[in-house]
Write a protein that binds this ligand. Structure first.
Ligand SMILES: [Zn+2]
Length: 72
């Protein structure tokens, strides 16, 4: 099992979400909970069935809309 810090490092470096339990990339996005400062994205691993949440934090605001081609 990856620690939260290890998982974050692996995800940022690889650009892909891994299962923290078994390292599989075969994860499915579930519900997303949007808060004022944080978003929680639910994932389920299709390989081992492990469920986990990815936590996203508020970073900045930028002008524009989601469909205006602001490729992150
Ligand atoms: Zn897994």
């Amino acid at each position: 099992m990856l620690s939260s810090d290890e998982w974050k490092k692996r995800t940022v470096e690889g650009g892909v979400v891994l299962c923290p339990s078994c390292d599989s990339q075969n994860v499915t996005m579930g519900a997303c909970a949007v808060g004022a400062y944080t978003n929680y994205q639910e994932y389920v691993c299709e390989n081992c069935g492990y469920e986990f949440l990815a936590m996203f934090c508020l970073v900045a605001c930028v002008p524009g809309g989601i469909n205006e081609g602001n490729d992150a």
